[in-house]
Design a protein around this ligand. Structure first.
Ligand SMILES: Cc1cc2nc3c(=O)[nH]c(=O)nc-3n(C[C@H](O)[C@H](O)[C@H](O)COP(=O)(O)O)c2cc1C
Length: 181
């Protein structure tokens, strides 16, 4: 069976992003089971409805990358109890111009990490609301909100925290089973 093509969308532009590290760790843990690819959102302009008739090239590139994936994995920080504006902007772009929603019918999973005690729970709930609006079905459980701690993941993407490794393994097993069903 061909490995499902999963587009990873990270909601942080920061070079040292903990969420990007988490993405690296998930890829490393999953091995060959999924064909992961990064979908960059850092070069997207701010969405402007006036540009719908002459859609920006970066927006078209983003939409095409979303469309060719079998499913999406969103890995997001929490900003002020919600998702970062850059991630919302990317979703708005992908959903437009009207009648050309690149997310329609996709499946996705949502995870995230932050140093805060509640580890992105609020952001993930907001993201689920937004994804419902663009016709994306999101894996219901397990919810994976991780409190970031130094040393959980090493420089090679190996998860050194055994409990976290087990949680992410369960998440990958559930995600894979749900996509195959
Ligand atoms: C504008 C802003 C708002 C933030 N709000 C929250 C928040 O509501 N909850 C939280 O847990 N962390 C919050 N943080 C801290 C982020 O979780 C932390 O900066 C984290 O490292 C961001 O993810 P990244 O490392 O992937 O960039 C906020 C950070 C910024 C810059």
């Amino acid at each position: 069976m061909t490995a499902p093509r999963i587009g990873i969308i990270v909601g942080s532009l920061r070079a040292g992003s903990f969420n990007r590290q988490l993405g690296h760790a998930v890829r490393t843990l999953a091995g060959e089971r999924f064909a992961f690819e990064d979908i960059d959102i850092g070069d997207l302009p701010l969405y402007d409805q006036d540009d719908d008739a002459d859609f920006p090239a970066a927006g078209l590139r983003f939409k095409q990358q979303v469309e060719i994936c079998d499913a999406l994995l969103f890995i997001t920080p929490e900003y002020n109890r919600s998702i970062p504006g850059v991630l919302k902007n990317a979703i708005d772009i992908g959903s437009r111009p009207g009648g050309s929603n690149s997310f329609a019918g996709k499946r996705a999973a949502v995870i995230g990490t932050s140093p805060g005690a509640h580890g992105t729970v609020s952001a993930q709930q907001h993201l689920r609301n937004v994804l419902a609006a663009v016709d994306v079905a999101v894996l219901p459980q397990p919810e994976i909100a991780i409190q970031y701690r130094e040393g959980q993941i090493d420089a090679d993407g190996a998860i050194t925290d055994e409990r976290l490794r087990k949680r992410l393994q369960l998440f990958l097993d559930r995600f894979g089973g749900w996509l195959a069903a």
